[in-house]
Design a protein around this ligand. Structure first.
Ligand code: F6R
Length: 250
């Protein structure tokens, strides 16, 4: 596991953009695993800026998002499809049909999960998976539980996640209670994993996930089992973990 510490949020976004840009240059038809939430917004802005400057071409890139709320169609302003369109896809030259997100309104969510896993396989797997981390250690919507789910699955959101995500909705009661998410096993299959963490509020869970026991009660701890994980943290988020893991000089 490599820890890269930047002074602030803008710094981790630029470093994440460097890593994504290097992958797209190495393999213009790469498969990127993407996340939503507050943390990746600055990374997406950096990628858009580089595209506008002519430094990036997304025409052959394919993307798979981690998760989608159940019950929200793609044109719902709080759906993750809508988020991705507004924060990245509408601003770069990625073909719409190269962007995959589970359907939140599939009649049969279990079947939708199998379809999604098969699609990822048929595209050759994910080259770089981007992750944020929840305050309870969730990655995607793999919430604390007594086991690590392997593939994509239907999940019930933890109460703390519903509360945290209610900031995007008019009220807590509007936050969907269920989502489709890639499983911990799907995430571990990615060739490289990039976890971004920003702010003091993430310091404790980041440290516990990366240096504590591997347990499904702290889902991000499973990343300790992957051979190529890069943690990109700003000074505030890295304040505890850097006492235990030496940051890389990059
Ligand atoms: C988003 C996702 C979540 C978020 C996590 C952190 O697709 O899967 O795991 O990464 O909830 O969210 P923020 O970045 O808003 O703190």
């Amino acid at each position: 596991m490599k820890l890269i510490v930047a002074p602030d949020y803008a710094g981790i976004c630029e470093k994440a953009a460097d890593i994504f840009a290097a992958e797209i240059h190495r393999n213009p038809a790469c498969v990127l695993g993407l996340a939503t939430g507050s943390t990746p917004v600055g990374l997406y802005q950096a990628l858009i800026r580089r595209y506008q400057e002519g430094a990036l071409d997304f025409s052959k890139v394919q993307t798979f998002n981690l998760d989608e709320y159940c019950g929200l169609a793609g044109d719902h302003p709080q759906s993750y499809r809508y988020f991705m369109q507004k924060n990245l896809f509408d601003h770069v030259n990625i073909p719409l049909e190269h962007t995959y997100i589970p359907s939140g309104i599939a009649d049969d969510p279990e079947q939708e999960c199998r379809r999604y896993d098969a699609l990822i396989e048929s595209c050759g797997g994910i080259d770089i998976q981007l992750l944020g981390i929840g305050h309870n250690g969730h990655i995607g919507f793999n919430e604390p539980d007594d086991h690590f789910p392997v593939g994509s699955h239907l999940t019930r959101l933890a109460e703390s996640t519903i509360q945290a995500n209610s900031r995007f909705f008019a009220s807590e009661s509007e936050v969907p209670t269920h989502a489709i998410t890639m499983g911990a096993g799907s995430i571990l299959k990615a060739k490289k994993i990039l976890l971004m963490a920003s702010g003091e509020g993430k310091a404790e869970i980041l440290c516990r996930s990366m240096t504590g026991p591997v347990t499904p009660f702290v889902p991000a701890s499973v990343l300790q089992l992957h051979r190529d994980v890069v943690i990109l943290a700003d000074e505030a988020a890295a304040s505890l973990i850097r006492k235990q893991i030496q940051p890389s000089d990059e």
